[in-house]
Design a protein around this ligand. Structure first.
Ligand code: PFF
Length: 459
């Protein structure tokens, strides 16, 4: 990043398109791709989930990324400031803040899962490959005593230390080396997993859409995942857009980020889902295992292959790095909101973010064990935070962006911002989505997920 001057204030900027794409991809590729996407795809219908996801991403997701990036670049502000550039009333404040609060609520439970990843890495380093593959290993690990809490604390400590040190640039450099390694390793593991006896059924389940597996929940889950994975509706893209130079092509870089992010998610799907079929014959209960899927099936794959320990170390190391870079950027966005909006010093902002991570993260980590009597709307605490942010808050944040673009800023102004660097090829689709389809879909999906959780409809 370089420093450049604008409106009298110095603001960092990415060196060019490659810098921008790598930075966004580095933040986008994380646990969402490797841990969350495969378990949702397994649970919500395999190929049909993938198809719905791809359609949503190329239309809806595309329109929202372009909007957030253009708004960030236009205003040179993070979300709260960007909304307030256009108006000072309570609704503008709310629109900005909801975008800004989401990452603060995600990073605590994200760090709990980061802790699980760290624990697995630690065990692989000690050669406990067979132990990790035992039935019930994972469930007892997260349920027993304070084990998961300690690993969560260890992971969040790494995040907070980096925030204090402010070595974001170093982290970015590391992730540029690690990301290609992650891709290569993912390809190897995916090929291995797909060639296990019985795995082919899993490949078909994941890639071939079957309408029988479709439910309305497929759409709700796919939309939540699209937001999560592409870092949409959490203020991040506003901030990154604000660092983007005028000559960088918004459309082309959006497309590249989408391709990269989806490729990693699909590779993760091809690693995990065929393995589920190979090791359980596609048993519906295993397919619906949810968040634990990566921690149960991947160790079984590694235990059954030569060099399993080496593969385990490498795999969990890379997942850990992907998780760390993402967690740092989520937390960083919280810290900068506190600095900019509350006028706190960097130190104070980091401490506050640390306290939020500690409180909400501990509740999530202990929710499977010591606090397992607590259930919110019949969900574990971690699932509840995931539901709250993805199914409720992100649609509202996305709706706020749609309304800001269509009602206040105007589609033309956004188009002009995009056209500063290139022609706006998908302008018609963009306008159609922002004006009609996106708000309608968001409202329907938001209402369905509320109705589902309260049991008014079953999906
Ligand atoms: N997109 C990330 C993932 O898929 O894991 C989650 C995330 C990380 C979102 C960092 C936003 C962010 F800044």
């Amino acid at each position: 990043m370089n420093e450049n001057k604008n409106s009298g204030k110095s603001r960092s900027s990415f060196s060019g398109k490659l810098g921008y794409v790598l930075a966004v991809a580095g933040s986008a590729v994380g646990l969402g791709n490797i841990w969350r996407f495969p378990y949702l795809a397994a649970k919500y219908g395999g190929g049909i989930f993938l198809l719905v996801y791809l359609i949503l991403m190329l239309t809806f997701g595309y329109a929202l990324i372009v909007s957030e990036t253009a708004l960030g670049r236009m205003t040179k502000r993070s979300p709260v400031g960007a909304f307030q550039t256009f108006g000072k009333s309570a609704s503008f404040r709310l629109g900005g803040w909801i975008n800004a609060v989401i990452p603060m609520l995600i990073v605590p439970y994200y760090s709990v899962i980061g802790g699980w990843v760290t624990k697995y890495l630690f065990e692989y380093v000690q050669g406990k490959t067979a132990v990790l593959a035992e039935d019930n290993y994972f469930t007892s690990f997260i349920a027993e005593g304070f084990g998961a809490e300690l690993w969560f604390l260890f992971f969040s400590l790494m995040v907070v230390v980096v925030l204090f040190a402010g070595v974001k640039h170093g982290i970015e450099r590391v992730s540029k080396v690690m990301m290609p390694m992650l891709v290569i390793l993912a390809v190897i593991v995916a090929i291995y997993s797909m060639t296990r006896p019985g795995a082919w059924e899993g490949v078909k389940y994941f890639l071939i859409p079957n309408l029988d597996n479709f439910s309305w929940m497929t759409v709700v889950a796919a939309m939540g995942q699209m937001f999560y994975s592409l870092s949409i509706a959490m203020g991040i893209l506003y901030t990154y857009g604000s660092y983007m130079k005028k000559e960088v092509d918004i459309e082309a870089s959006t497309t590249q980020v989408e391709i990269f992010d989806t490729a990693i998610a699909m590779l993760a799907g091809l690693m995990i889902i065929p393995a589920v079929f190979a090791f359980s014959g596609g048993d519906p209960d295993t397919l619906k295992a949810g968040p634990s899927l990566m921690f149960i099936t991947i160790p079984k794959v590694f235990a059954s292959m030569g060099f399993g320990t080496g593969a385990g170390i490498l795999f969990f190391l890379l997942v850990l790095l992907a998780a760390l870079t993402s967690a740092i950027s989520l937390a960083e966005s919280g810290v900068s909101t506190f600095e900019d909006q509350l006028g706190f010093s960097r130190r104070k902002s980091t401490v506050l973010m640390g306290v939020i991570i500690f409180l909400f993260g501990s509740a999530s980590a202990l929710g499977f064990g010591v606090l397992d009597f607590v259930s919110v709307l019949e969900m574990t605490i971690l699932d509840f935070f995931d539901f709250l942010t993805n199914s409720l808050m992100m649609p509202i944040a996305a709706l706020a962006t749609c309304l800001l673009v269509t009602r206040v800023v105007g589609l033309d102004k956004i188009a002009k911002e995009v056209e500063q660097s290139s022609s706006f090829k998908r302008k018609r689709m963009y306008c159609l989505f922002m004006k009609y389809l996106a708000p309608i879909c968001i409202v329907i999906i938001l209402l369905s997920s509320i109705a589902n959780v309260f049991g008014w409809i079953s999906m």
